[in-house]
Ligand binder design. Sequence first.
Ligand SMILES: *Cc1c(COP(=O)(O)O)cnc(C)c1O
Length: 441
Amino acid sequence: MEPKTPATSKPEYDLSRSHEAFLRACKVIPGGVNSPARAFGAVGGEPPFMARAEGAYLYDIDGHQYIDYIGSWGPMIFGHAHPTVRHAVVEALDHGSSFGAPTTREVDIAEAVVAAVPSIEKVRFVSSGTEATMSAIRVARGVTGRNKIVKMTGHYHGHVDSLLVQAGSAATTLGFPNSPGVTPGAIEDTILCPFNDVSAVAAAFERFPEQVAAVILEPVAGNMGLVPPRPGYLEQIRELTRKHGVMLVFDEVMTGFRLAFGGAQERFAIDPDMTALGKIIGGGLPAAAYGAKSAVMDFVSPAGPIYQAGTLSGNPLAMAAGLATVGMLRESPPYERLEAISARLEDGLRRAASDAKVPHVVQRVGSMLTLFFNQGPVHDYEDAKRSDTALFGRFFWEMLARGVYLPCSQFEAAFVSAAHTDADIDHTVDAARDALRAIVG
Ligand SMILES: *Cc1c(COP(=O)(O)O)cnc(C)c1O
């Protein structure tokens, strides 16, 4: 049966089953969820619990259907339960789900990654994006023999201790732990800089000469809402890091295989020293990876002395899902269509917000976008923070009640998938118009 596009009119929006599930969950899981964003803290209220997903749609246990713009926060570039991915996983499962011994599938997907991502000659698979960035940083430190890391404020690289840092007052600062349990020692080698500001990074290199091992960044930031690099920024950072012998680490956990087959580095023609991948590479199962030139990766154990390991790394089911997804991306690239429908969504949201006369800017790169309730442009975290998050919260709930599942925070990017149709996009824009009308009157 073809999934129906949900009706635009706001239905009686009853989440009583989800409410019961959430009460149960809160008794046995902290905050009721296994990852904090899912609890809707940024928009208030309780989350619908999902029963299933197919194509561009999510279905909750209360019987609602949603057009999904989170795509599991990035992985589902072909939409949910794609038959090719499903078949690959079922086939793998029939042969056993984990061996703790090498398999040819790991070689297949490693070859596929090396062929796809320009700067990667060798790649190591892990199980989460957090592990990928944590390991990339260890390698950068091990290879350079330096300790310090430059990180951009508002960029997210998973819950790695040394990267859970928040800004202090100065523009370039050593920052503070942004979670209890992260020791001052764990972050004392982390330097924070604003995104899109080359001079801040140059100043950090001057302040700590020959001490910086790596600059890690999201080449297109997706974790403070969608914030593109300014023209020339990535090129200048590349030049500056090279000049100072600092490794440039692209965290492409979100952008890899999404902004182009070879990720942001292909799209912007930049050659980073190391790359972290995740999300799409696992095709909806837990997999991530980090890679670099052979000369760097050969430092990794057992080829070299830098230790990194994982019981479920290269897990057969995850590799099967990832390989099926990467194979489809290669054989029938969805990028042109993603660009077109995402542009349609961008344009529609912009017109809806303009007509409602709310301060806004829609920022988009490829199939990642954010409607900021903020005059814009948003170049860094300080800009993003000036958004009207209360308005966003109301907008989010009005959209949810109209069958559109947006990321539940102003500071997250929405993802369009190849399963979204023009009708889905148009429905979303109509819902946005309606929602804003309901809010601003
Ligand atoms: C999601 C994300 C991570 C963390 O990946 P997990 O699999 O959640 O650990 C790291 N970096 C970026 C850019 C991400 O978007």
